[in-house]
Ligand binder design. Structure first.
Ligand code: NAD
Length: 464
């Protein structure tokens, strides 16, 4: 951890107690503290752009442009939005009252929850760590961040920078893996915000349940892309590639996981994908500097297993090359994949893109709805009726029509899953709300004290 001490349950308890004292002092509730910490966080990012880029290159060989666009710029934007809107978000909302309380007035007062825990994942390790922290600070909480041990360079950079820049009495980082996270999860928090896979989410939720701690769970799933034939194919293909291989080489929670198209249209789609992929990543994509590598050998082995499944043998229509020594897998497209194959039964989270085919595109919606609810779903079409059908029938964390993954950048939209893809949401005001309690406050004077509330409960009162 950041302080150089072994982190066990006792250390967890004393850390939480320390932060509780800070919270109880009222310091983090003030507008001035929130603004100063958000400004400091924004400055920290400005001052260390190069180090952030290098940490992500070390952890994932992430292309600098992706780091700048999808981690640094997104975080700067989150800070800017919070700083611009904070006064407004913190203002109590006057609401109407009921005849039963006449005369009275009422308001909703937003208050911080207290001491919160953020556990983040390795794939966008800077963004996924600090974006929830921005929400926690904006809402006036003390916060502990536990970055992922699978992206160690980013984890240690976060620990150092937050220690150097932020208010250590209320913003702390604990580095570590399962043991350290378990020690943290034994503590009583006021909210736990977890990003990662569904298996660990269940561990987090069970630990939270012991203290009745509310959770936000930002998980994943198999995010489908439905492709119609009446589209601008060139633009559609570019946008699918950007969301898949241009987003950490498919290691993104809202990456297109598989494509559904008609049997008739599939060959044209595959040809266009092949041509554009070669244009973007060259004839030897394993050497491309514009593709992240696979994060570690476990994930490399997991992805290899998906390709080794007998049910997909002979189905690769593009790519398939891999280099274990460099943890690199080329963009790979598979056609006509059976739905009971391994690759269709779990989230891929890597550079493999299966295409499944249907007779009529409308069948796609049943295919999607027959599985667990995904984090995102995409459709490419110019058909108005199909768009409407997609929006009304497909249940997913978020939907995008005629693009992929880009909804993440719209801070006025909630970002989160539904069903197995997650619980709760964040981004923009939704982040502030995720870490706030909306307190109902009713004001009354001493006038209008209706006797109907008080015994004796006579028949006359019953009829009123
Ligand atoms: P990960 O391995 O980094 O794990 C996430 C966190 O859980 C880490 O901080 C890790 O230390 C902790 N952890 C792991 N095992 C634990 C245990 N037994 N007990 C307690 N804590 C434990 O990341 P991952 O799970 O491989 O992330 C990939 C998954 O996350 C994918 O399913 C992806 O779709 C999802 N994801 C979702 C979002 C989102 O915003 N919805 C973003 C990124 C990733």
């Amino acid at each position: 951890m950041s302080d150089g001490i072994v982190f066990d349950a006792e250390a967890g308890s004393s850390l939480v107690n320390e932060l509780r004292l800070t919270f109880a002092s009222g310091k983090t509730r003030t507008y001035a503290w929130r603004v100063s910490q958000l400004t400091t966080l924004s400055n920290l990012i400005d001052d260390h752009e190069q180090q952030i880029i290098e940490a992500l290159r070390s952890d994932l060989a992430k292309p600098p442009l992706e780091t700048v666009a999808y981690e640094i710029a997104m975080l700067k934007n989150s800070c800017n939005v919070a700083l611009k809107e904070l006064k407004h978000w913190m203002t109590s909302e006057k609401v109407k009252t009921s005849i039963a309380t006449f005369p009275s007035s009422a308001e909703i007062v937003t208050e911080p929850l207290g001491v919160v825990l953020v556990i983040s994942a390795w794939n966008y390790p800077f963004l996924l760590s600090l974006d929830p922290v921005i929400g926690a600070i904006a809402a006036g909480n003390a916060v502990v961040l536990k970055p992922s041990e699978i992206s160690p360079a980013t984890s240690s950079l976060l620990a150092k920078l937050l220690w150097d820049y932020m208010d250590n009495s209320s913003v702390r980082v604990v580095e570590g893996a399962v043991d350290e996270t378990s020690a943290l999860l034994q503590q009583k928090w006021d909210k736990i915000f977890y990003t990662g896979n569904g298996r660990v989410a269940r561990v987090v939720m069970a630990a939270a349940a012991k203290h009745l701690t509310p959770v936000v769970l930002e998980l994943g799933g198999k995010s489908p892309v439905v492709v119609d034939s009446n589209i601008n194919l060139e633009v559609a293909i570019r946008r699918i590639i950007a969301g898949k291989w241009g987003s950490n080489n498919g290691q993104a929670c809202i990456s297109p996981d598989y494509i559904i198209t008609t049997k008739e249209y599939a060959p044209k789609l595959v040809d266009a994908l092949k041509a554009e992929l070669e244009k973007f990543y060259g004839k030897n994509p394993l050497d491309s500097q514009d593709l992240s590598r696979i994060v570690n050998s476990n994930h490399f082995a997991r992805l290899t297993k998906l390709l080794d499944d007998d049910k997909v043998s002979g189905k690769i229509v593009y790519g398939g090359e891999k280099d274990e020594s460099k943890l690199r897998i080329a963009p790979t497209v598979l056609l006509d994949i059976p739905r009971d194959s391994l690759i269709m039964s779990e989230e891929i989270f890597g550079p493999l893109l299966p295409i499944i085919t249907v007779d009529k595109l409308e069948e796609s919606f049943d295919v999607i709805n027959s599985g667990p609810k995904p984090l995102a779903a995409y459709v490419f079409t110019n058909n108005k009726a199909l768009k409407e059908q997609f929006v009304t029938t497909v249940s997913a964390g978020g939907l995008v029509v005629n693009d992929t993954a880009i909804h993440l950048a719209v801070h006025t939209l909630p970002f989160g899953g539904v069903g197995e893809s997650g619980v709760g949401a964040y981004h923009g005001k939704f982040s502030f709300d995720a870490f706030s309690h909306k307190k109902a406050v009713l004001y009354r004077g001493f006038m209008g004290d209706a006797s109907i509330r008080y015994p004796p409960y006579t028949n006359t009162k019953m009829r009123l």
